[in-house]
Ligand binder design. Structure first.
Ligand code: FNR
Length: 181
């Protein structure tokens, strides 16, 4: 099962990128996670949109989502919501007729230094994904709060309960993707 990881932060030492890397290590048998690069996605302008010939970084992301069996988001929280980097990328990929998230199984997690672990942003992301017609894993919810204490200097996840939550989320995503066939 091919899973595409999408992280809503361009920061090199992003906790959300670290969480996705931990997920790569915690995959159940048969699952492989590759991580997309959002750094070259331009600002969305509907005037620039020519069907089938969007900017190359957008076309690449579209094909990566289309070819993936499922998508795993690691979503930071900015001002109680989704970072613009992620929302902008989703806007590019949201419009029919070639909207690659339509019917896609997805899962969400997120990490922040605060205690609520991006829960507010994750609920906003769920709402956005509703419009995009994904099938989104409901549980477990993975809110990685106090992220500074859960990753070490090398960016490794060092918190066993968080490992369990992420592993559980991956199992739920795998089960959902299998059920949807
Ligand atoms: C933040 N941060 C933040 N944290 C939070 O829990 N709730 C919030 O609303 C916000 N708002 C916010 C706005 C902006 C503009 C920035 C730059 C940061 C802190 C944020 O969670 C923290 O910087 C994380 O480390 C960002 O995720 P990455 O880059 O580590 O993946």
């Amino acid at each position: 099962m091919k899973v595409l990881g999408i992280v809503g932060s361009l920061r090199q030492r992003s906790y959300n990128l670290m969480a996705l890397r931990a997920a790569q290590r915690l995959t159940p048998p048969g699952m492989k996670i590759t991580i997309a690069d959002l750094s070259e996605i331009p600002l969305f302008n509907q005037d620039d949109r020519t069907h089938g010939d969007d900017p190359s970084a957008v076309e690449l992301l579209k094909s990566q989502v289309r070819e993936a069996d499922a998508v795993l988001f690691a979503c930071p929280e900015y001002n109680y919501s989704i970072p613009g980097v992620l929302k902008n990328s989703l806007d590019w990929l949201s419009l029919p007729p070639d909207a690659p998230f339509d019917g896609k199984p997805v899962a969400i997690m997120g990490a922040s230094a605060g205690s609520l672990g991006t829960s507010r942003a994750q609920y906003h992301l769920r709402q956005v994904l509703l419009f995009m017609n994904t099938f989104t894993v409901n549980k477990p919810e993975v809110f990685i709060g106090s992220a500074h204490a859960k990753f070490d200097e090398a960016g490794e996840l060092i918190d066993a309960p968080t490992e369990e939550f992420i592993a559980g989320l991956l199992l739920s995503l795998q089960a959902l993707a299998k059920r949807l066939g």
